[in-house]
Ligand binder design. Structure first.
Ligand code: PMT
Length: 400
């Protein structure tokens, strides 16, 4: 499979004659299965029109910070979160200087400043004098020291008629850089991960059931983050209303027992298990065969314990690297550490539930991850971002 397949690339285009090469770059990335969204600076629009990039990328082009076309006041944050990688090509001396000093005076530089864990690459394009200028060289060294990738420039004829270093590298070479970037990030290559997500539904009668508020978002993002790093993912999902992640084997189940069966049908050769699902601890001992009728003032339903999928996986003879979640309303650390020990887990990700803005059904969350001998806080972020951080953390410990 092409490493670029399914990758989301935000292409920043600043004002240089090399902007025309970005048309070819988008075509190459698209042909390899990547989705490209474009952010242009105002000066870039003097070289190639936004319409050209809209037509070639198949997505609206973003230029303005403010104005009637802007759907959200936090569009810059949304764009930064959407991307797997941001590439600025061409990157002028001016944009490079702004990135160096954290200046955010247009949409592109604001998106870059809003970046947290997403990588950024720049493809410098400028006149050779500007490239050689000590100011630019110091800026490039500073960006490189911060882990920003510098792709190019190339030597050769320049638009100004001079010959030397400063030309933007060709689209084919840029596409290769992007491909290699994702190839080295395929740290889960050859690793099989089984993930549970969403709630379970335990029937009381043919029309009623016990369930909880899990939306599946956290588990689905973890599945996508594992697949993004090259893992073979099996996602066992309770009933949710979000779309299944593309390209991931998803098994739909309803009850805890069905989830248990689906997990055990796929776990034998798994390397990692991540239990994100909010599995009902109890089910009705004997669900009614017909709809329960309203009669007495009080109704008692006998409940019986469901299998503990996470504990059963961790208790296998040769268990996978088993990661649990702990959803707690109070005393989070005590309960999470208790579950880590009692269920013999390698790691547990604890989150607060019962408050708005995190946990169940929210787009954001924060986690406190514990393992034997250590812990790490993953502060409030989108579930997509948190999933990437958690998956990277799991990989650090899985390798250890
Ligand atoms: O789905 P979202 O809306 O995005 O919300 C995400 C989430 C809040 C559901 C998620 O982040 C989370 O906390 N999932 C675990 C929910 C839960 O059931 O926690 P628990 O503390 O009750 O269970 C501890 C662990 O045991 C969990 O890994 C759970 O999957 C597992 N378990 C529990 C009971 C059971 N019978 N079998 C299990 O495997």
């Amino acid at each position: 499979m092409d490493e670029l397949n399914g990758k989301k690339i935000l292409l920043g285009i600043s004002g240089g004659i090399a902007a025309y090469k970005s048309i070819e770059l988008i075509r190459r990335l698209n042909d390899s299965g990547a989705e490209v969204r474009v952010v242009m600076t105002k000066s870039a629009t003097e070289f190639v029109t936004p319409l050209t990039f809209e037509a070639i990328s198949g997505n609206p082009v973003h230029v303005e910070m403010f104005g009637p076309r802007i759907k959200s006041a936090i569009e810059h944050v949304e764009l930064a979160r959407w991307a797997d990688l941001i590439v600025i090509a061409p990157a002028t001396a001016n944009v490079i200087a702004k990135l160096t000093h954290g200046i955010a005076d247009d949409l592109l530089t604001t998106v870059c400043l809003a970046l947290t864990d997403i990588d950024l690459a720049v493809a410098p394009a400028m006149n050779l004098g500007m490239w050689k200028n000590p100011a630019t060289q110091e800026n490039i060294a500073s960006l490189s020291g911060r882990g920003i990738k510098i792709w190019g420039p190339a030597e050769g004829f320049q638009a100004c008629g001079e010959i030397g270093s400063g030309r933007m590298i060709e689209a084919a070479e840029l596409a290769d850089h992007v491909r290699s970037y994702f190839a080295v990030n395929q740290t889960y290559g050859g690793v099989k991960v089984v993930i549970t997500a969403g709630p379970t539904r335990e029937p009381l009668d043919p029309v009623r059931f016990i369930t909880n508020r899990s939306s599946g978002k956290m588990g689905y993002e973890i599945a996508s983050a594992c697949a993004e790093r090259g893992a073979e993912v099996v996602l066992v999902s309770g009933p949710v209303s979000i779309a299944a992640p593309e390209g991931i084997k998803t098994i739909d189940v309803e009850t805890a027992q069905e989830m248990h069966d689906a997990v055990f049908a796929n776990i034998v050769d798994a390397d990692i298990y991540i239990g994100t699902a909010a599995v009902a601890d109890y089910r009705a001992a004997t669900p009614a065969e017909q709809k329960i009728k309203k009669s007495a003032d009080e109704l008692s339903i006998e409940l019986t314990k469901n299998p503990d999928i996470l504990a059963d996986v961790a208790a296998m003879d040769t268990p996978p690297f088993t990661v649990g979640f702990a959803a707690e309303t109070n005393d989070i650390e005590i309960y999470a550490k208790g579950k880590l020990q009692k269920k013999k887990l390698k790691m547990i990700a604890a989150n607060q539930v019962g408050v708005s803005g995190t946990g169940f059904d929210s787009d954001n969350n924060k986690l406190h991850v514990y393992w034997n001998g250590g812990d790490r806080e993953l502060p409030l972020a989108s579930k997509a971002e948190l999933a990437r951080e958690l998956v990277a953390l799991i990989m650090e410990h899985y390798d250890a």
